[in-house]
Ligand binder design. Structure first.
Ligand code: FES
Length: 120
């Protein structure tokens, strides 16, 4: 049964995280990201070749614009790009952007009295 694991305070996240905190919980590295005002947990493990996924660059996605010719940016700061070969994953749901056959585990994150907890 999952239980809550303390990660940091919200103020620590603000000052030290550079957009994420990576912590070890039950032998797994899990990263906590904040998108807008919500926190999301992602396993720091890339399903491609086991790279440290969550140490990569936080980015967005692109799609063809309505005119059918140009590209437009979407989902800014909701995508993590693996530092090894740049596979991209949705931080909120874990799906691989490049190939929907793949995904990474994600974790619920709770905040109580300004303290951040991963449920794992
Ligand atoms: S190990 Fe992550 S893209 Fe290859």
């Amino acid at each position: 049964m999952p239980s809550r694991h303390h990660v940091a305070s919200e103020s620590e996240f603000e000052t030290t995280s550079e957009g994420r905190i990576i912590t070890e919980i039950q032998g797994k590295e899990i990263a906590v990201f904040r998108i807008d005002e919500e926190y999301h947990g992602v396993l720091n493990y890339c399903v491609h070749q086991a790279g440290p996924l969550c140490e990569g660059r936080v980015t967005g996605d692109t799609q063809i614009a309505e005119d059918g010719w140009s590209w437009e940016s979407t989902r800014e700061d909701e995508i993590i790009s693996c530092p090894w070969h740049a596979w991209k994953f949705d931080i909120k749901g874990g799906q691989c952007i490049d190939d929907d056959r793949y995904s990474v585990p994600t974790y619920e994150v709770e905040v109580e009295d300004g303290e951040i907890y991963v449920v794992a």
